[in-house]
Design a protein around this ligand. Structure first.
Ligand code: ZN
Length: 148
């Protein structure tokens, strides 16, 4: 891990609340359009983090409880489950074998995620973050084409 990974940094959510986090605890539930272009490292991290957030919501447990990326799905865990399914499908296509079991589909809600970051904002984060993570092979060329 590079030095910058453990540096304290700021990020804010849409309510204007600022959180202090350690860069190595920087969790992200990526936009569904980004999933096919994520490198194995980012895809695996997304699986683990989204899985923990999903179970946290479902079981009312900790697991990024206060993180805006989890809060986005607090009222609609079914939408997070959809996201997990996309990650799993992409991982299956690449022949990955995730240890965590695929969770049961939760009851459908009519709630929509409270979008914390737009696709463009996430792309900016990913482009910036890629430089901080060793051996990140995200397909940045195609990711940038998703910008609107
Ligand atoms: Zn990557």
């Amino acid at each position: 891990m590079k030095m910058m990974d453990v540096k304290l940094c700021h990020f804010g959510d849409r309510m204007g609340v600022h959180h202090l986090v350690y860069k190595d605890k920087y969790m992200r539930i990526w936009h569904e359009k980004l999933i096919p272009f994520l490198c194995s490292k980012h895809l695996t991290a997304m699986w683990n983090e989204s899985w923990i957030a999903f179970n946290g919501i479902k079981e009312n447990k900790n697991g990024w409880r206060t993180h805006p990326a989890r809060k986005e799905f607090e009222q609609c865990p079914d939408r997070l489950w959809d996201r997990l399914q996309l990650v799993k499908k992409e991982a299956d296509k690449r022949g990955f074998n995730f240890i965590k079991p695929f969770p049961q589909r939760p009851r459908r809600t009519n709630n929509k995620p409270k979008e914390w970051q737009t696709l463009n904002e996430q792309i900016n984060v990913l482009v910036e973050k890629r430089e901080l993570i060793e051996s990140c092979n995200c397909d940045i060329e195609n990711i940038i084409k998703l910008k609107t």
